[in-house]
Design a protein around this ligand. Structure first.
Ligand code: ZN
Length: 185
């Protein structure tokens, strides 16, 4: 497989690749690192906080996240769950554990589904284990927007979109916008 990172662009719904289950990455090669760098560039260019490989046309289990580290940890809890990233972060072959046994609503949008926003219910705190660009596995616990973003991006690796998860009333509210995208308007 050979990918020209410069050719990668954000794929817009209903692109087929957004519905495919992505494949694990065997080894963190220079190609993977170059693709990750391009994904970070595209994410920042689109003013997003996360971007998954299927969103740039690659069925790879990798996503990037960057959330302003201004308030990195919950106030008064130096060892509490993370609220933001330390600059742009890359997550390869991620998996979750220790999701809190409850869900909270929060509004989500998606760089691949422009103009569509709605509430999605997700566990507010969760632990992620993934491989970084150095090829080493790491584990972090996040909460709030960071935990939500991880789960949103991980959904992309399984072909799942906010359209599938949005609460029913918001699905109705976005019906026409989704139809326009499906009809290429
Ligand atoms: Zn998305």
């Amino acid at each position: 497989m050979s990918v020209d990172p410069r050719s990668l662009q954000i794929q817009i719904y209903p692109a087929d690749v957004l519905r495919k289950k992505a494949e694990p990455i065997d080894k963190v090669t220079d190609e993977v690192r170059e693709v990750a760098a391009r994904m970070i560039e595209l994410m920042r260019g689109a003013k997003g906080i996360g971007l998954a490989a299927p969103q740039v046309g690659l069925s790879w289990r990798m996503f990037v996240v960057e959330i302003d580290p201004e308030s990195k940890r919950a106030k008064g809890k130096s060892d509490g769950p993370l609220l933001a990233t330390s600059g742009p972060e890359v997550y390869i072959n991620p998996r979750f554990s220790n999701a809190v046994p409850s869900v909270e609503p929060g509004e989500e949008g998606c760089l691949s589904i422009p103009g569509v926003y709605g509430d999605v219910l997700r566990p507010p705190t969760i632990t992620i284990t993934a491989v970084g660009l150095d090829g080493k596995e790491f584990t972090r616990t996040g909460t709030g927007l960071l935990a939500r973003c991880w789960q949103h991006e991980n959904d992309h690796l399984d072909g799942v979109l906010i359209l599938d998860r949005m609460i029913a009333s918001h699905r109705v509210r976005n019906r026409l916008a989704v139809k326009d995208l499906e009809q290429g308007r």
